[in-house]
Design a protein around this ligand. Structure first.
Ligand code: EPZ
Length: 417
């Protein structure tokens, strides 16, 4: 049952709703460690990575509960800043707990995090930047962090890392003095975290720009009981491409199109017509267009690396050439070998792939190499001739809530097998 059976060529029609973003929820949940009161997050999907992080919080003495799509997190009873090794190794987001745990307990113990296996996932920037706030780090098989006091500092990020920016915001918002984060990540998920903490009395300025200033405060206050995170821009982009590859037309409710500008710019007028409003995207295929030219992934607002595998699959169906350069995770191309099993014409040269879209894709037995690679194979299966079996549904469930059910409602033939 850890497979999806995808029958190609069914046109997708209808409406789909996207909920709160996985990559917004994870740092938001980690930031609850800073609070001694309960908060409710609204419009929450059921995702494996979120549940792993919640279980880590519970193992340290915190509490959580779902009430339909509201997720309540209460860290007032947290007492143990030790992240269990087995759980920490399951997700990248366990590293997000360093900032909030060191801020609350002045000590943390854990192991190196897990996460999608598309190559090296170092944590050197996380540790080096926390040291600049006065944290001592012993970095072997196990990670031990401690501090007498967190003191604000000016910190330059060699790369605009999302996780490092989020960790530093959490580590500095209760520190003594002011912290300046230079070359900070501008992702919407970073802005969402800053907005949440500022609603509770934090003083975080400049989120969404390349310079974030944090004035440490004594304590965060229960000024709000509920918070609605941003919706999942990667799920939105995934559904846009699912529809296009079938020649369909769908409406995506809850989409904030501003967060998908680069994707929209790339596909609009070439292969589809798109209508935008404040909270929905309507996309109608206008037939297989020409190749997409050159796409390079990079930190926001550039084309997102988390949609790279998906647009790679989509470009296989276009009449022409597409070149994709991966500018964030240089080796994030494990799905290429799986797409080739479906007759895709893709040539890899270092951190680039060249896609020749003149070939028909055929159903095959393939395996999800990672979360977004799994979504990419679903897209390929929806457009291919025949039946595609995608193994690794557990990997896909890490970041997509009931994607098979949503695609069936839109008319896709996608079933667990
Ligand atoms: C976040 O991962 C996302 N995950 C990733 O989404 C996303 O691909 C990535 O940001 C980039 O947008 C979550 O938010 C949970 P990074 P993160 O630190 O923070 C290097 C998905 O599919 N780096 O911005 O781990 C790193 O190797 C996931 O939803 C260091 O060298 O990514 C990479 O080349 C996959 N040292 C670059 O920075 C460090 O200490 C950007 O990584 C940290 C990162």
């Amino acid at each position: 049952m850890n497979k999806l059976i995808v029958k190609g060529k069914n046109k997708l029609y209808g409406k789909v709703e996207v909920k709160s973003a996985k990559n917004a929820l994870l740092p938001l949940i980690a930031s609850c460690v800073l609070l001694d009161f309960e908060v409710g997050f609204l419009n929450v999907p059921r995702l494996k990575d979120v549940d792993v992080l919640l279980e880590i919080i519970k193992s340290m003495g915190g509490k959580y509960r779902y009430d339909d799509d509201v997720l309540y997190v209460d860290c007032s009873t947290l007492y143990n800043p030790e992240i269990p090794c087995e759980e920490a190794r399951k997700i990248r987001a366990s590293i997000f707990l360093l900032g909030s745990l060191i801020s609350r307990f002045h000590k943390v113990s854990t192991v190196r995090p897990g996460g999608c296996n598309f190559g090296e996932r170092p944590i050197d920037m996380h540790l080096d930047t926390l040291k600049k706030l006065g944290v001592e780090v012993s970095n072997g098989e196990y990670l031990y962090l401690r501090t007498d006091k967190l003191k604000g500092s000016k910190i330059f990020l060699p790369f605009s890392s999302v996780g490092v920016t989020e960790n530093l915001i959490m580590a500095s918002c209760l520190a003594e003095g002011e912290t300046i984060i230079l070359n900070s990540a501008k992702e919407p998920e970073v802005v969402c975290l800053a907005n949440f903490l500022n609603r509770l009395g934090a003083r975080i300025y400049g989120a969404g720009t390349s310079q974030i200033r944090v004035e440490g405060v004594k304590k965060l206050q229960p000024k709000i009981k509920y918070f609605k995170p941003i919706t999942d821009r990667i799920e939105v982009g995934t559904f846009m491409l699912c529809s296009l590859v079938t020649g369909g037309e769908i409406e995506i409710d809850g989409a904030d199109f501003i967060h998908n500008t680069e994707l929209i710019k790339k596909i609009h007028n070439n292969t589809c017509k798109i209508m935008l409003s404040s909270d929905k995207i309507y996309i109608k295929s206008s037939g297989a267009g020409s190749g997409l030219g050159f796409i390079k992934t990079a930190p926001y607002p550039a084309f997102p690396t988390d949609l790279q595998s998906q647009i790679l699959a989509y470009s296989c169906f276009l009449r022409g050439t597409t070149v994709i350069e991966e500018g964030v995770f240089k080796t994030r191309f494990k799905v290429v070998d799986e797409l080739k099993k479906m007759n895709a014409d893709i040539e890899r040269v270092g951190s680039r792939v060249l896609v020749n879209g003149k070939t028909e894709l055929y159903g095959a037995e393939v395996t999800a190499p990672d979360l977004r690679g799994g979504a990419s194979l679903i897209i390929a299966g929806l457009g291919a001739d025949g039946v595609t079996t995608v193994s690794g549904l557990d990997v896909i469930k890490r970041g997509y809530d009931r994607i098979d059910e949503k695609l069936r409602i839109l008319g896709g033939s996608v079933n667990e097998g």
